[in-house]
Design a binder for this molecule. Structure first.
Ligand code: NAI
Length: 462
């Protein structure tokens, strides 16, 4: 008899959510985690700590930019970096302890240590081997660096080091204008560093709606971030006092360099599956290092499943969570499902950027007939009242059926606003369905409704 029905390897958002759902469905469940705290990259060195720093520095920015305009005069705040770091740590600790509590509440056994799979149906943690009818790999991802760059997590850092720098640097070069680069670049810019983002492509935020990407670059430039686009970084040279980033401009192959106290390498992440013993088990892998799974997250080895950053798809905590819940249902004999067409993405800059569904560029490529409804936050009273009128909502709907195909928002609270569109898309709603739904005034959400109105007979406040 197997000791457990399910052992989940990895206690990040994919793994811990999967373990809790398995237990809720009556399966005897254990979750293995080696970092000494639950929550994975997201809670310990990713989403959550970065949001703490983004929040604190956003408040600082508000004080500098807007307090005086509101009659809050003579506000002077000093940045205590050590205290900001301990605030960040408290936020992390509160969240990770919360998961331990949820494990106890749901009777999930927490196995502390790094897990491996010596044979099908077995998980080794430390010196102990546990047996399980089903094993779920939820081991996440790690930062992918570039050849010619040696990460020391001191002055040449990934997001992990960037969240815990010993002091605020005077200058920072960010390699990669993706999500991590822009979020953490914003943090240090607001703290006073001179920040330059060097990006290989000719636009920031690859894969994002081009109009939104352009709008975001304009706003971030206004906030003081410098951008070098179309630039392939080939290496970083370290000396005692500085780092020199070397890059080639793709348009003319000219070689350039730029110096900075700290270099943040934010050029993507790769699946973290080393040490699990997958090769010896004969688990089929994909060329880019992900575990190959079928529609039910089953690998090529019976009883072995994989979810989250370790498999294909966007490396997002909420995508992993959804897969964690769905695979738990599959294992319990139910019908777990993830709708990959409706997975929102958010960048937590100020203003936030959020998107779901298809971009205009993809619709064009597909040759689809679509309508665009656009509404600027300039026409939104609430946004204007709080100096956040930069940005817009762009809703894309099928030209014939009016069914919503995508939504792209840059503006205040975008990361929350996007969800009404997600729900609408899950229910197969039309733009008119959104337009006919009463939205409270004054809210940012009215901008979403106005964009939906703009898909039809026209927005009111445009
Ligand atoms: P990313 O894939 O979003 O962006 C990496 C950028 O680096 C790309 O724009 C790429 O063109 C550029 N690049 C690659 N090689 C380069 C070179 N040699 N020189 C110059 N530029 C180069 O990766 P990022 O920002 O590191 O994020 C990793 C993962 O973590 C992503 O999948 C992201 O979705 C996820 N994440 C999500 C967050 C969120 O949802 N808010 C927050 C943080 C991370």
């Amino acid at each position: 008899m197997a000791e457990f029905d399910v052992i989940v390897i990895g206690g990040g958002p994919g793994g811990y959510v999967c373990a809790i759902r398995c237990a809720q469905l009556g399966l005897k469940t254990a979750c293995v985690e080696g970092r000494g705290a639950l929550g994975g990259t997201c809670l310990n060195v990713g989403c959550i700590p970065s949001k703490a720093l983004l929040h604190a520095t956003h408040e600082l920015h508000e004080m500098h930019e807007n307090f005086d305009k509101m009659g809050l005069t003579n506000a002077k705040v000093k940045v205590d970096w050590a205290k900001m770091q301990s605030y960040k740590q408290d936020v992390i600790d509160g969240n990770t302890k919360g998961i331990e509590f949820l494990f106890k509440k749901n009777k999930v056994t927490y196995l502390q240590g790094w897990g491996s799979i010596p044979a099908a149906g077995q998980v080794k943690v430390g010196d102990e081997v546990h047996s399980a009818k089903n094993i779920v790999i939820a081991t996440g991802s790690e930062a992918a660096s570039l050849p010619g760059i040696e990460i020391d997590e001191q002055t040449v850092v990934t997001s992990t080091g960037a969240l815990s720098l010993p002091k605020i640097p005077k200058s920072m070069v960010v390699i990669g204008a993706g999500v991590i680069g822009l979020e953490l670049g914003s943090v240090y810019k607001r703290l006073g560093a001179d920040v330059t983002v060097v990006e290989y492509l000719d636009a920031i935020t690859p894969g994002m709606d081009a109009e939104v990407a352009k709008g975001l670059q304009k706003i971030l430039t206004k906030q003081g971030l410098n951008f070098v686009l179309g630039a392939a970084v080939s290496g970083v040279e370290k000396s005692k006092s500085k780092n020199t980033v070397k890059y080639t401009l793709r348009k003319d192959d000219s070689a350039h360099e730029i110096e900075a106290e700290v270099v943040l390498v934010a050029t993507g992440r790769k699946p973290f599956t080393g040490g699990l013993g997958l090769e010896a088990l004969g688990v089929e892998m994909l060329p880019r290092g992900q575990v190959k799974t079928n529609d039910h997250w089953a690998t090529s080895v019976p009883g072995l499943y994989a979810i989250g950053d370790a498999i294909v798809g966007p490396m997002l905590a909420h995508k992993a969570e959804d897969e964690g819940m769905a695979v738990a249902e599959v294992i319990a004999g139910k019908h777990g499902h993830v709708n990959y067409d409706v997975i929102p993405g958010v960048i937590y800059t100020t203003p936030e950027v959020a998107s779901v569904g298809k971009t205009e560029e993809v619709l064009k490529q597909e040759g689809r007939a679509y309508r665009v409804g656009k509404f600027s936050f300039m026409g939104n009273g609430r946004a204007k009242a709080v100096f956040q009128a930069d940005g817009f909502v762009k809703l894309l709907a099928d030209a014939t059926t009016d069914r919503i195909l995508g939504c792209h928002i840059i503006g205040p609270g975008a990361g929350d606003l996007i969800h009404e569109v997600c729900v609408a898309m899950e229910f197969g709603a039309s733009a008119q369905d959104l337009a006919l739904t009463c939205h409270a005034h004054p809210t940012y959400s009215e901008a979403v409704r106005e964009a939906a109105l703009a898909c039809g007979d026209g927005a009111i406040h445009a």
